[in-house]
Design a protein around this ligand. Structure first.
Ligand code: HEM
Length: 437
């Protein structure tokens, strides 16, 4: 690394992590609800339900010092569909801070929050890319993966059942993480022997969504993202030379009606996002599901007996303990959302986890109920233009993973000692010791 790139990386950390952390801590001490919610997510294992309720009670939006926050279901939805509230938390303008941020950003690795990632682009580029990607990621393509996903689940459990009947095993490491990474790697044509590499990149890069990383962690994350970019470039080149029948080979070849294709950078960014989003979130869904069902054994028994539907149960897990806590946007021109004025440049935080507990939409929202008739109305997959592209795949994997596991091992017991992940935006279990029984 040259002196310039080192200085740029240092500046990125100061602007993106050090300064916001100091500012948010100060606001939290002064009773700013948004500051408190962000502080809370970094220190506690439980969702800050009281804070969610206070933010909801404050009105359509709670106007904090740094952003306008909403905890209301209808407002989250409206925000995410507004054309004036767009992806990215960019520092807009021509002032010295904006210029410094642009200079510092010029050497940052491609990541899930940097263009041309779908998550960071907006129409018309987003519409064009998303249309191409959805040509490949169809519901039918996902359904074709169900049988293979079931096979993977059984293979993993065959291995586990040899050791973990009575000896505790970490279910996250041996099952919840392996199932989605295996499936997504097959989708993207990643050779078997390189899956551990992909998993390592994903785990190292997961905190890239978070703010307030300590400097050493930030460097580790950026190094992992940079290595991941290099690996992806080699993988895409390999697939171009020898296409298979996987979805990445189709993505390389896909054309829109005018013959347009994804550029190289778009292809790398999209496959990186699909790979990372494809397992860093689903692992949380499976872990959170196992933990919640263990806390509600009567509901688990009803599912195993066929008296309740696994599809609803998976949506209820997503509603109750969402793998992605919140998402953010920037207002790109003076506008109103749900009658609330928002100025250009304002950051908006939509608390997906809080919207899922809105009593206007969900009866007894703090009760976990696998028979809830509107469980699927949760916003855990976001909404509007950026609605999760992998929602059908994630739901299918969640159903297969939880159903196969509990039908084979109805006496599975979660034992004390589990640890939550330390990521702030992604919510899940780092380790979840169980015995299969
Ligand atoms: C339980 C699992 C999952 C959850 C909770 C989840 C959640 C989300 C959320 C909240 C967003 C939107 C973020 C925003 O609005 O800023 C998103 C977008 C996205 N997700 Fe997922 N996701 C999951 C699984 C997957 C899987 C399996 C894939 C693999 C295909 C995937 C691929 C994507 C992509 C490509 C986007 C960007 C879409 C766009 O910006 O147009 N996700 N996901």
């Amino acid at each position: 690394m040259s002196l310039t790139t080192t200085a740029q990386a240092r500046t990125r950390w100061v602007l993106g992590h050090a300064l916001p952390t100091v500012a948010i801590s100060r606001q939290a001490r002064r009773g700013d609800l948004q500051g408190m919610a962000i502080k809370h997510s970094s220190t506690s294992q439980d969702l800050p339900l009281d804070l969610f309720a206070q933010i909801r009670a404050a009105g359509t939006f709670y106007d904090g010092r740094f952003s306008s926050v909403t905890a209301r279901h209808a407002v989250v939805r409206e925000t995410l569909t507004s054309p004036d509230v767009q992806a990215g938390l960019g520092i807009d303008g021509s002032g010295p801070v904006a210029r410094l941020a642009r200079w510092a950003g010029s050497s940052s690795p491609l990541g899930p929050l940097a263009p041309p990632s779908l998550l960071a682009t907006e129409p018309p580029d987003h519409t064009r890319m998303r249309r191409l990607v959805t040509r490949v990621f169809t519901v039918r393509a996902v359904e074709r993966l169900r049988t293979r996903t079931e096979e993977v689940a059984h293979e993993l459990l065959d291995d586990l059942s040899r050791t973990a009947r009575t000896t505790p095993v970490d279910l996250v490491d041996a099952y919840a993480a392996l199932l989605p990474v295996t499936v997504i790697c097959e989708i993207l044509g990643v050779p078997l022997e390189e899956r551990d590499v992909v998993r390592r990149f994903g785990t190292l890069a997961a905190p890239s969504l978070d703010m307030g990383l300590p400097s050493a962690r930030f460097r580790e994350v950026e190094d992992a993202l940079r290595e991941f970019d290099g690996w992806l470039q080699r993988h895409v080149d390999r697939v171009r030379r020898r296409p298979g029948d996987d979805l990445l080979s189709q993505l390389v070849a896909v054309r829109d009606d005018d013959g347009g294709a994804l550029s190289d950078a778009e292809l790398i960014s999209t496959s990186g996002l699909v790979l990372a989003a494809g397992f860093e979130t689903t692992v949380n869904l499976i872990g959170n599901g196992v933990s919640l069902l263990a806390q509600h054994p009567e509901q688990r028994a009803a599912l195993v007996a066929g008296d309740a539907a696994w599809t609803t149960a998976v949506d209820e897990v997503l509603r109750f303990d969402p793998p992605v806590l919140l998402t953010g946007r920037t207002v790109t021109r003076d506008t109103e959302v749900a009658g609330h004025p928002l100025r250009r440049g304002r950051i908006v935080t939509t608390l997906l986890a809080a919207a899922n507990r809105d009593p206007e939409v969900f009866t007894a929202p703090d009760a976990f109920d696998v028979r809830r008739d509107n469980a699927g109305d949760h916003l855990s997959f976001s909404g509007g233009r950026h609605y999760c592209l992998g929602a059908a795949l994630a739901r299918m994997e969640g159903v297969v993973a939880l159903q196969v596991l509990h039908e084979r091992f109805p006496d599975l017991a979660v034992i004390p000692g589990g640890r939550r992940r330390t990521t702030r935006i992604l919510r899940g279990w780092e380790t979840l010791p169980v015995t299969l029984g």
